[in-house]
Design a protein around this ligand. Sequence first.
Ligand code: ASP
Ligand code: MG
Length: 421
Amino acid sequence: MQVFKFGGASVKDANAVKNVAAILKRYEGKQLIIVVSAMGKITNALERLVDAYFYKKENAEVVLEEIKAFHLNIVTELFPNKSHSFYNDLENTFVEIQWAIEDEPTGTYNFEYDQIVSMGEVFSTKIISAYLNEIGIKNKWMDARGLVQTDNTYREGKVDFELTESLVKKDLVPAVHTNNIVTTQGFLGGTSENFTTTLGREGSDYTAAILAYCVNAENVTIWKDVPGVLNADPKWFDNTIKISELTYQDAIELTYYGATVIHPKTIKPLQNKGIPLFVRSFLNHDEEGTVVKESGRKLPIPSFIFKVNQVLISLQAKDFSFIAEDNLSSIFEVFYKHGVKIHMMQLSAINFSVCTDNDAQKVPGLLAELQNDFKVLYNDNLELCTIRYYDQSTLDRVSINKQILLEQKSRYTAQMVLKPV
Ligand code: ASP
Ligand code: MG
């Protein structure tokens, strides 16, 4: 059994869907679990819909019409016969979301978000599954919310692996055995009360890894619009190099610090079961791409990634006392309480510096609480650069025209907090 994941860009219009079918044709007779994201930028559009519905930021009906029109456009190209039964099926799915926004919100923002935003993956998988069946690639549509079980942390559902594994073995595995191909949604989970959760933005990769873990898949392939994992982001740098093999550890270091090619949570379940991960181009199906696996070769060249919109927070005890274990444990508690992830930190006798995302929802509250006990300084609009297998010329290259505010090096990884000048 293999798991394929197709992200939003790979299903952004009718031609893209046809391209997915062309890829699948090459795997005829193979047992596949296909995990699909919402089409194109629909998740962003659905986020607008939630804001329109919950905060009345704009007219929710109008936003929903846009979302419907986008999908119908694709569907008309894929199903030229207007009396095809699929139109009815899709209309019923739209009615579900229509009803959801007719009533006033009753739950929290995050709860309502998950019930609405999740529909993007429901639409995309319904369309793709029906189209594949139409052209002879027989597959069964399954609802991921009945497979991937989470707690009720809406927008960041924590997966119950034990329960998920038992449901996957009971329902998904036999479905693959009888149908060869199962099509399901990335990004979605379900709670014990049958509500929908999502796994965090860009979480479809993680779904692919969760399902692969549960079925002991041979491998996972993420089909992307890039040829594989590159040593730097081609959006910002010329002369990037494709890395053909990577260890799990390298992959986790790179993705955690900003390489968006794979969602960072994807690696752990795969590493735990030794399942190789391929990253390949959906545009050039013949290209080999990148493989991430246990025995992957050490990166032959320095790789570097940037995280932008960082803030460097410096704390000093008001009474000039040391920042020692008692102070540290209460500082970490405050970060944990506000859900602020620490990317890099440095400690001296009376100073503690932390680099983190400058999240407008979280950082102001964090700073306010820290100010009760500490003198707090901060510097924003910074970048965090992480270099795996660094060398001097890469250190120079990434910090050109930038002031280095903080720098740390371990054996394989160098990190710098940079201020553009
Ligand atoms: N559709 C979701 C998002 O855009 C999940 C994903 O694409 O992985 O965040
Ligand atoms: Mg996406």
